[in-house]
Design a binder for this molecule. Structure first.
Ligand code: SF4
Length: 256
């Protein structure tokens, strides 16, 4: 089942926009690409356009760049657990979408960026998607998302963080590279500041929704068993490769 159909507000977005013909991309798309993850969510990641693979399967960030993004999120969560050990950490809910819901054609075997007109045509769909996700933090992935994103008026005061696009980070060496670690550091610090600055509030909200997170987080954390382990025993939680505390400290030093 597509994740977008598991939430009432997102279901309405899909219903309202499925079959959209507002821009010429409807003529070349295979599947529309709406959303992946939980809704509502703590953190909404916004990328640029669906990749070739995303456009075939109808889910955002399921290609190699998506795998890197999932690892980033997983590593950020592990880093936060390390930093906030006294807090009974219960996980971060994540949503992922793009500026466009339909894949643009390829140029020289690369999916081309959106035109200004295409981004404008799809902006209402993006605003509806963000409203349905109702995030506490928005993360913009890359310069296209930075240039064309639109935020609903009622959410315009929430924090917006800018990271490089995972596809760019892959080209810079991927997991374990300086680009990976420096973006990870930025993500961790933003989430600690904006999500866990009010620890008591976060804990009380999370306690009410733990069971739903166990089923919906499996796109980000590889299995619910792992998720349970993270929640119950942060001391013993696995440490992902490429983001050890020492490396993060190195990154901190490099970024000064
Ligand atoms: S990219 Fe957006 S505006 Fe264009 S056809 Fe797809 S959903 Fe409609």
């Amino acid at each position: 089942m597509n994740f977008a159909t598991s939430n009432k507000a997102l279901k309405k977005v899909v219903k309202d926009w499925r079959g959209c013909t507002k821009c010429p991309l409807h003529l070349t798309r295979h599947e529309m690409v709406f959303y992946r993850g939980e809704a509502p969510c703590d953190v909404l990641f916004i990328g640029d356009v669906p990749s070739k693979q995303d456009g075939i399967y109808g889910e955002p960030f399921i290609d190699n760049a998506g795998k890197l993004l999932d690892q980033w999120i997983d590593d950020a969560e592990q880093e936060i657990i390390t930093d906030l050990q006294p807090l009974h950490f219960l996980g971060i809910s994540i949503g992922i979408c793009n500026i466009l819901a339909c894949k643009p054609p390829e140029l020289n075997s690369k999916v081309r960026p959106p035109s200004k007109e295409e981004a404008a045509s799809c902006s209402r769909r993006l605003i509806d998607t963000i409203s349905a996700a109702n995030p506490k933090v928005i993360v913009l992935l890359g310069s296209v998302a930075k240039k064309y994103h639109k935020i609903p008026a009622h959410l315009e005061n929430i924090p917006v963080v800018e990271l490089q696009h995972p596809a760019h980070v892959l080209r810079q060496g991927g997991i374990g590279s300086y680009a990976y670690d420096s973006n990870l550091l930025k993500l961790v610090e933003a989430l600690e500041t904006h999500l866990y600055g009010q620890k008591e509030e976060v804990v009380s909200v999370k306690k009410q929704s733990t069971s739903s997170k166990k089923t919906t987080r499996n796109k980000v954390v590889q299995s619910t068993d792992q998720a349970a382990k993270v929640r119950i025993d942060p001391q013993g939680a696995r440490k992902p490769s490429g983001t050890k505390k020492g490396q993060r400290d190195q990154s901190r030093k490099r970024s000064r």
